[in-house]
Structure formats: C-alpha cells, structure tokens
Design a protein. Structure first.
Length: 245
C-alpha cells in the first residue's frame, strides 16, 4: 500500500494459554493498519484460530494488550466484548456457520439485529437491510431471485461461502476476519472469490485479515504474516503439549 491508515489492530506482548502455566500463543507485536488486506499464514498448530479468537474478543489474553480500533478489548467485560464484536467485526468462518432454516437473504441480514452501528451504516446508505443484502449477494455473483429465498441448505458450498461473506460485510464493519473460508473450493474459484471480497472491503473501507494455510493465495494480498515465525510459542512448545489450533 502507498500509505498506511490508522492502526486497526495492535498486539503487544500478547500471551495466551488454555491452561495455567502453558503458553500456546506468544506474540511480541503485530500491527495492522486501516484498509490493509493482510494474509496470515501458518501450518496446523501455529495458532491461527487462537489468534482470531483474541482479535474478535472471543478469547482474552493472559498477558499483554489486544488493541482493536484503539480499544484494549481484553479489558472489556464479556457483554461489552460481544457488543463491540457485533458492531465492528464481520466474521467469515471456515464452516460458514449459516442458520439452516433461514433463507439466503435472512442469513445475510441477521447481524443487523444485534449491531446498531452496522444497522445505522445501512440506513445511511439510503437503503433497507433487504436491499443491501441483495446488493451484496448480487456483487458476489448470487443473482437468481428465486435462489435468494431458498434455505441455505439447498445451496452449493461455493454459494454458501458467498452468503457467509455477504453476512460478514453487511453494515460495513471496520474489520473483516476470514478463517480459512476457501478451503473447500478449487483454485480458480478461490481467487475469484477473494477478488470480490477485496472489492467490497475497499468500497466499505474495511480492513481484512485473512487466515489460511494455502500459500498460493498470499501474492493477492497487501502483505503477509508468517504466524509460525511471529508466534514464539510455536518455537518452544514442549514435546507432548497439544498443538495450537
């Protein structure tokens, strides 16, 4: 990138362990700026999913500062972290986590019921939630009006992936986090999906953190972070200790 925006993520001396006396994540520093598209790579056991849990406030560090949008979210109460995550962070999960009994459109608009800021962002665009959901779905190449009213269980894996992305993007969250969302797709489909995701993030001014073990995707991003090098715990984990997820 030619110029860097304000820091969106700043981890400083962060440690996390599942049990007292163990450390599975030990990151001296990680800095990601507004508008960046960052690829975080690492083999199984390097701590990718644990890191995303910390960034999203699902987990809290045992030491150090996890600053997201200039908030030390590790110090928030559980309820405040939930509220912060709903309003500011869009997640694309590896298994998508769509609601099977809801239609495609209803799955996409679901976060707006919990996130007043994202709901206000949609209203400021002069459209309602349904219109914005359909716009996102159309841009992500889901254009069949009949398909949009079907339960998501009737969609292909690639179609479900696009629904999950639209759900994460609706309401223009400040941060979009993607956890291995392309693992079930072939290489051509993966790259096409990522370029569509980039376009929506750029239009919204959202920062994208994309985690994958697939190094073939790395060149598409502004920069990459090798987590097995950044996470000192992956270098000194004792024999017999379970791997990080």
């Amino acid at each position: 990138m030619s110029s860097l925006g304000q820091p969106v993520i700043h981890l400083k001396d962060v440690q996390f362990g599942w049990q007292p006396g163990t450390v599975v994540l030990d990151i001296p520093e990680l800095l990601i700026h507004q508008g960046e598209k960052v690829f975080i790579r690492g083999p199984s056991g390097s701590g990718k999913t644990t890191l995303l849990g910390l960034l999203g406030g699902v987990l809290t560090p045992v030491a150090g500062v996890v600053s997201v949008l200039r908030n030390d979210i590790g110090r928030f109460s559980p309820a405040r972290r939930d509220h912060f995550r709903a309003n500011h962070i869009g997640f694309i999960f590896q298994m998508f986590n769509l609601i099977p009994y809801l239609s495609v459109v209803d799955n996409v608009t679901l976060p707006l019921g919990f996130a007043s800021k994202r709901r206000e962002n949609v209203q400021s665009m002069g459209v309602d939630a349904r219109q914005e959901a359909i716009r996102l779905l159309n841009h992500l190449e889901l254009t069949d009006p009949q398909l949009l009213q079907r339960p998501v269980t009737e969609l292909s894996i690639g179609q479900q992936q696009r629904v999950a992305a639209a759900r994460a993007l609706i309401g223009r969250p400040d941060l979009v986090i993607a956890d291995e969302p392309t693992s079930a797709l072939d290489s051509d489909t993966r790259e096409a999906f990522i370029r569509l995701l980039f376009a929506e993030c750029e239009a919204a001014g959202s920062t994208l953190v994309f985690v994958s073990h697939d190094s073939a995707l790395e060149a598409l991003f502004d920069r990459s972070v090798a987590l097995n090098e950044t996470n000192r715990a992956s270098q000194y984990r004792p024999l017999g200790q379970p791997e990080v997820v």
